[in-house]
Design a protein. Structure first.
Length: 102
């Protein structure tokens, strides 16, 4: 019972302004995905390492890995911010603009 009260206090302390969700696109390389945990790591063109979870709507992790792992891509993330902490969810990948299909 005490744990439920603690969770309620935390939720009450968070205002709607403290939580934000947005979509971001970045150029970079998908370095890897762990299929069971659905965790990913990407290296963005600016050198930043981004890690997080793969969106549940991406069903075929194996095919996604084959198509995008270790390849330059335009990566789409859903970014959830709670106060100052950000959580990245990989949503999609596409060929960078101006690239030639191989």
């Amino acid at each position: 019972m005490k744990r439920g009260i603690e969770v309620e206090h935390v939720l009450d302390a968070l205002n709607d302004e403290d939580i934000a969700e947005r979509t971001e696109e970045h150029s970079g390389v998908l370095m890897g995905i762990l299929p069971e945990s659905r965790r990913f790591e990407c290296r963005l063109d600016d050198g930043q390492l981004v890690s997080g979870w793969v969106d549940r709507d991406l069903q075929d992790i194996g095919a996604f890995k084959t198509n995008w792992e270790n390849k330059k891509a335009r990566l789409t993330f859903r970014v959830v911010s709670v106060r100052t902490k950000q959580r990245f969810i990989l949503v999609d990948a596409a060929r960078p603009e101006g690239s030639i299909e191989s």
